[in-house]
Design a protein around this ligand. Structure first.
Ligand SMILES: [Zn+2]
Length: 244
């Protein structure tokens, strides 16, 4: 009697342990997928880098503009000197020609004055953009630091999950070998129908799968039965827990 009884206990015990392993394997696999999806560069990091690059590009364009303006200024200054040399050099005597040169000098000086204003504007703009580049660089460094820290944590978690899953799979294989094929088929079918939980503990007459208290006669039947017994309410395989 005792041996036969313990035979059933070990059948449902094995199925219950299998279910516990399966549930943890599902949970850990899900978490592993989340962790793997979070590894690698984050969108926030890419965005901060793009934003800095865009501003650095703007700064480079402004600096190129300033260099061009500076070259133009040198060229204008040199032209003005040449024209003034003609004007005051004394070699040109023709008043009409001198008036023409004077007009040209006025025109060149007006251009130079406008160019100097434009250069000042460029320099002010460069100052603003330099400040913005510095702010964006600082922001990127902050995000990078956070990201690196988080990545380290995720890599640790990934390694722990992989190790745990390997242990669980090993335990499951060993346990699977001790389970009857027919029992396993019933378990799998119920697991599919009952949201991953095809086996329920029966504790003090209460089915832990659905929360219904079974009649005493049913509880006694379950305890005595040599075959798998099922909850009359939810249909799960009943495993008599230690406390009952
Ligand atoms: Zn039930």
């Amino acid at each position: 009697m005792v041996e036969e009884g313990s035979g059933l206990v070990s059948r449902t015990e094995s199925l219950y342990r299998l279910q516990t392993l399966d549930l943890e394997i599902i949970e850990k696999t899900g978490r592993l997928q989340e962790v793997e999806a979070s590894l690698g560069e984050s969108e926030a990091l890419r965005e901060a880098r793009r934003s800095l690059q865009a501003e650095e590009q703007r700064l480079a364009e402004l600096q190129r503009r300033l260099r061009r303006q500076d070259l133009d200024l040198r060229s204008l200054t040199s032209k003005i000197a040449t024209e003034e040399e003609k004007l005051y050099g004394g070699r040109i005597k023709n008043p009409k020609e001198l008036a023409g040169i004077q007009e040209e000098v006025r025109y060149l000086k007006r251009n130079r004055s406008e160019l100097e204003d434009a250069m000042l504007e460029t320099m002010l703009e460069i100052e603003d953009v330099e400040a913005e580049v510095a702010a964006r660089r600082e922001r990127l460094q902050e995000i990078e630091a956070e990201w690196k820290q988080r990545q380290a944590g995720l890599r640790e978690e990934e390694a722990a999950l992989r190790a745990r899953l390997a242990r669980l799979e090993g335990e499951r294989r060993a346990l699977r070998a001790s389970i009857d094929d027919q029992d396993l088929a019933i378990y799998k079918e119920l697991r599919r129908k009952k949201g991953g939980r095809g086996v329920a503990l029966l504790v003090g007459g209460l089915c832990q799968g659905c929360g219904v208290t079974l009649p005493t006669s049913k509880v006694q039947e379950v305890r005595r039965s040599q075959d798998l017994a099922f909850c009359s309410n939810c249909g799960r395989i009943l495993h008599v827990g230690d406390a009952s």
